[in-house]
Design a protein around this ligand. Structure first.
Ligand SMILES: [Fe+2]
Length: 213
């Protein structure tokens, strides 16, 4: 996912209706093919003016905002963030249904820090519900190798906070409104059924390599 300019819309790794009934086909299509595509197009437009940025991967753009030309700082922050966050979100989904729980080392770490999965998920849900307006809730690993649940606004990422992402939920209205209307809580509760914990475990293992025990 960490490609460079010109950024492209990767196809979803599953069908648009794969996450039904938790995420409906139309929302998936609009979210991926229209919203994410829009972030990609705007990111490419901003970068197109500056050839020196052509070989910068997304992560570098997002962690170097202060070094970017003044006129594109905001566009890059919002749109590179939009691309990075959405790629993580879409690539982290897998329909499993009831009984979907973490696996491996991450499962043990969640139990160690939060007692059990249900307690963890209640905290995650509470955090996601606390996002005022648009944003994300994340499970991250901090640089002391501890799990944490954090939120970000708009298309901000956790990279600038020096946190390593494991899972995230998009709580922008465009992620759920067609099916759930104002029932954000129901969407967050249902998200539990479509978290790809295998992918989360891979991300956790990668994060572990970069933190200081
Ligand atoms: Fe979104």
């Amino acid at each position: 996912m960490y490609n460079t300019y010109p950024f492209k819309l990767n196809p979803l790794p599953y069908e648009y209706d794969e996450m039904e009934p938790y995420i409906d086909k139309e929302t998936m299509f609009l979210h991926h093919d229209k919203h994410l595509k829009n972030y990609i197009d705007k990111l490419n437009l901003a970068i197109s003016k500056y050839p020196k940025l052509y070989n910068w991967p997304l992560e570098k753009l997002l962690t170097s905002i202060m070094f970017l030309p003044e006129d594109i700082k905001t566009d890059i922050k919002n749109n590179a963030g939009g691309v990075y966050n959405h790629n993580l979100y879409f690539e982290g989904l897998k329909k499993v249904g009831k009984g979907n729980i973490p696996i491996g080392k991450l499962a043990r770490k969640i139990d160690f820090q939060y007692t059990n999965f249900n307690d963890f998920y209640n905290k995650f849900k509470e955090k996601a519900l606390s996002v005022f307006g648009s944003g994300y809730a994340w499970l991250v690993l901090n640089n002391e190798c501890k799990l944490d649940i954090v939120t970000t606004k708009n298309q901000d990422t956790v990279l600038s906070l020096n946190l390593c992402p494991i899972i995230l939920i998009d709580v922008w209205e465009h992620a759920y409104y067609l099916k759930y209307n104002n029932r954000r809580e129901e969407y967050i509760e249902n998200y539990k059924n479509i978290i790809d914990w295998q992918k989360a475990e891979q991300r956790y293992e990668k994060c572990l390599k970069n933190c200081i025990k």
